[in-house]
Design a protein around this ligand. Structure first.
Ligand code: SAH
Length: 373
């Protein structure tokens, strides 16, 4: 462990869990709200500074607990104002977190796993393989750390106003850790972001969608990318397990409970999923789902066989959807000069699946396609 502190990491607890922890220590549960305000609203990680707690309690907390977020080992700044932080975890694994300032908001793109197990062919994270799930502390700790970095910045770019769970990993495969982190993002005593400002993006894990509906209330984004099962199974292998109809059913159930429309993400791959008839098919598919579409121009990475659709193709695709009554925007590519754009996050970690190794051998001409499934 590279962290100086020891004891229970309080970033692992949402308000309910923190109150229970205090009670188990023989303390009043309202200590939880005091602590949350110090941690998330003041950015404080030193119990001694928490002056509305008794000296005795501060000393005790110093002995049994700590507030440990991932540490920043590198930052890259894009010409467009985006930043990509390389953050190190206690076990030495490294993940990436991206800050995207806009006129009216500042969005943080947060990772949920070290790497990803889904192996979508157009995503750079997939090429890195998978190491493990992130803990709640490592997920909320990315937001905590980002806010601290921003607060210490002489240029005062403000704090995070929106979180998208669109970094490395599949958040619905790590729900037990992701849900408490998202609770903290939304909690009035912690980060106090409204539910429209916290978005979970999924490749379509159907049981996870059902569980999310029971346990949380955040905005939902679905990485669809293709209008037919044949093509989607090629691009997003998870589709073989959970085909489009089932995924859309689960999304419909999710929004059916008075929630906002689903954001459908669709990466624009030249000659693969960007033809007129595919736009029409997508429009038909989405007739049954309260949704809007985000077209994402493909962001290339070394070794990829895909290309970004030309601008006119993307515009045409958008017009077809628009004419069918579907609100559609083309996502502006941000941070691509620092490899911080969608699908470019890589981190540094030990791949437990050995996929990275196989891909490298393949790129060097040693294996054929089927060896890298
Ligand atoms: N696993 C989740 C969270 C990742 S979100 C999910 O699939 O939704 C990251 C988004 O960027 C997804 O919509 C993903 O499909 C998209 N993406 C991945 N690689 C990309 C690339 N190279 N160019 C553009 N978008 C990409």
């Amino acid at each position: 462990m590279s962290y100086a502190n020891t004891g229970t990491n309080l970033l692992d607890f949402d308000r309910g869990a923190l109150a229970a922890w205090f009670e188990a220590m023989g303390e009043k549960p309202f200590r939880a709200t005091q602590l949350l305000k110090w941690i998330y609203q003041q950015g404080c990680d030193d119990f001694q500074q928490m002056t509305n707690l008794s000296k005795a309690l501060r000393a005790r907390l110093g002995e049994v607990a700590c507030i440990d977020a991932p540490t920043v080992v590198d930052v890259q700044r894009s010409a467009d104002g985006s930043r990509k932080w390389l953050m190190e975890l206690a076990d030495g694994n490294r993940i990436e977190t991206v800050y995207i300032p806009e006129d009216d908001r500042a969005t943080l793109c947060v990772s949920s796993q070290v790497g990803c197990s889904l192996n979508c062919g157009f995503c750079s994270t997939a090429q890195q393989g998978f190491a493990r799930n992130l803990s709640t502390a490592e997920i909320i700790g990315q937001v905590w750390r980002a806010n601290r970095e921003l607060a210490n910045d002489p240029q005062h770019p403000g704090s995070v106003s929106n979180v998208v769970m669109m970094g490395m990993g599949e958040p619905l495969l790590n729900l037990d850790q992701v849900v408490p982190a998202m609770n903290l993002m939304q909690d009035d005593f912690a980060l106090a972001l409204s539910k429209r400002r916290v978005t979970l993006s999924t490749a379509g894990v159907v049981p996870g969608l059902r569980e999310l509906a029971r346990r949380s209330d955040v905005s939902l984004a679905l990485s669809l990318h293709a209008p037919t099962d044949a093509l989607r199974s090629e691009l997003v292998p998870l589709n073989r397990k959970y085909p489009i109809a089932e995924v859309l059913d689960a999304c419909r159930e999710y929004v059916g409970e008075g929630r906002r429309r689903v954001t459908v993400e669709y990466v624009m791959l030249d000659g693969v999923n960007d033809r007129d008839e595919q736009a029409h098919a997508l429009a038909r598919l989405l007739r049954q789902l309260p949704s809007k579409v985000n077209l994402i121009p493909f962001n290339p990475f070394p070794g990829t066989r895909y290309r970004r659709s030309p601008r006119e193709r993307i515009d045409r695709f958008r017009e077809i959807l628009h004419a069918a009554g579907i609100v559609t925007i083309t996502r502006r590519t941000r941070g691509d000069d620092i490899n911080a754009a969608c699908g470019q996050l890589a981190g540094e970690f030990q791949d437990r699946t050995r996929r990275r190794e196989r891909i490298q051998v393949k790129l060097a001409g040693g294996l054929d396609e089927t060896d890298v499934a």
